[in-house]
Ligand binder design. Structure first.
Ligand code: MYR
Length: 131
């Protein structure tokens, strides 16, 4: 159901979230307009994600329930797991540099893909439209 190519359309509280993550204002300004696109292809428990933005393009493969490593666009390394809970993808990732936890979810709502983020008490959302 998550399959397809999704392009970010709007964000909520993303600047404050990135600030909490420790990202400086210059990078945050660029990241607000990163034109993030994610292509999702699910085969059973296996996901193939193609990420593209003004920062980079990246291929990610993961299996639900199996930990993997990922680096954020600013170079921050995290490791963690995606799991499916009902219709929701739930991710829990730990930063390698400070062991703090970033949680994220993906859900389809009214034809949009809504990704929520939480880090150290700050919530944000990015909302994607199907291409
Ligand atoms: C994926 O499914 O797209 C790959 C794994 C995602 C891991 C966690 C994503 C958190 C992204 C947070 C970006 C915020 C930058 C400060």
């Amino acid at each position: 159901a998550f399959d397809g190519t999704w392009k970010v359309e709007r964000s909520e509280n993303y600047d404050a979230f990135m600030e909490q993550m420790g990202i400086n204002v210059m990078k945050r300004k660029l990241a607000e307009h990163d034109n993030l696109k994610i292509s999702i292809q699910q085969t059973g428990n296996n996901f193939h994600i193609k990420e593209s933005s003004t920062f980079r393009t990246k291929d990610i493969h993961f299996t639900l329930g199996t930990p993997f490593d990922y680096s954020l666009a600013d170079g921050t390394e995290v490791s963690g797991t995606w799991e499916m809970e009902g219709d929701m993808l739930k991710g829990k990732f730990t930063r390698n540099d400070n062991n703090k936890v970033l949680t994220t979810t993906r859900i389809l709502l009214g034809g949009e893909l809504v990704q929520s983020y939480n880090y150290e008490g700050v919530d944000a959302k990015r909302i994607f439209k199907k291409q």
